[in-house]
Design a protein around this ligand. Sequence first.
Ligand code: T5A
Length: 207
Amino acid sequence: MIRGKFITLEGGEGVGKTTNLAFIKSCLQQYKVTVALTREPGGTELAEKIRQLLLNKEGETITEQAELLMIFAARAQHIKHVIEPALAQGNWVLCDRFTDATYAYQGGGRNISKFTIEWLENLVQGNLKPDLTILLDAPIEIGLARAKARANLDRFEAEKTIFFEQVRQSYLSQAAQYPERIKLINANQPLAHVQKELAEILETFFQ
Ligand code: T5A
């Protein structure tokens, strides 16, 4: 059995990740691969409960360390019960956010050290890394305006502007550091243009 590929979709708030997941899935299916769609935090029953706790603005304050550990706890469940089994069966996994989000939000946004995140990444993931990551990038006011127009703000979306600037810069520096894996798309353009670029990236990936 040939192991499947692991593709992740990243970006700040409201850049269009969820909107484009189905489009990416349909592109991948043209190449005759079976695709499992999933997301982080979440993807299993327990991980979805952790997601609810993480996004909830009410109740006691969640410390930065607790937030980081909850994210990796959810990720451990997700990898063990969903991602690894799917890849081992030859299916492709398309995931809305993964560990690049932890470097961006907990590293860039919360100032947790890269070494701490790397340590947890090694513990929880072992050798598992995405084969391809697509980073949708837009000025933060564009993404936040889209997110605000759509729903009530969650605990992350209610952060200050500086937090989102740090998240964005952290994502961009990761894209600069890993250009082979992370493909950057300007998400501040009409959806049809974003999807044309997505299709081109996937076509190149299959060559
Ligand atoms: N988190 C997550 C961490 O802190 N650390 C981690 O390790 C991980 C994994 C939840 C939160 O968890 C945090 C980060 C997050 O804050 P989430 O729900 O996946 O993660 O993240 P959100 O960014 O909140 O997801 P959103 O659903 O808000 O944003 P999307 O998915 O990027 O945007 P989407 O597709 O819903 O689009 C928003 C609106 O914009 C429109 C859409 O129609 C929609 O209305 N839109 C466009 N409009 C015009 N032009 C375009 N090109 C458009 N693309 C989309």
